[in-house]
Design a protein around this ligand. Structure first.
Ligand SMILES: [Zn+2]
Ligand SMILES: [Zn+2]
Length: 103
């Protein structure tokens, strides 16, 4: 499938010559969102920075410079918890086994 010219942009906060703005990270796309129009972004479709899923941008997601979809957020959270548990317990936890359980 060829990349359509119109796509949900892969929003990433980037430092440019005109400041920190949301730009599209996809190749062949030079879209950027002017600072004064950032408030229009929540509610828009975007492409996940990790898995290419389409998700809806929210204020919460935009706290991150590289917003990701709900699925990836869940995975990150579970991974974080697994690592925390590993750090907290003296028992060895095999992270690969934990991740297999999640997927
Ligand atoms: Zn784009
Ligand atoms: Zn994702």
């Amino acid at each position: 499938m060829s990349r359509a010219r119109r796509h949900p942009h892969r929003y990433r906060k980037t430092t440019t010559s005109f400041g920190r703005v949301w730009t599209c990270a996809l190749p062949d796309c030079n879209h950027y969102q002017p600072r004064h129009m950032e408030t229009l972004l929540p509610g828009k479709q975007a492409t996940c920075n990790e898995c290419d899923n389409i998700y809806i941008l929210t204020h919460e997601k935009m706290l991150s410079d590289e917003p990701i979809c709900d699925e990836c957020e869940t995975l990150h959270e579970m991974r974080r918890r697994a690592l925390q548990e590993k750090a907290n317990s003296s028992n060895e936890v095999d992270l690969d086994e934990v991740m297999k359980g999640i997927r």
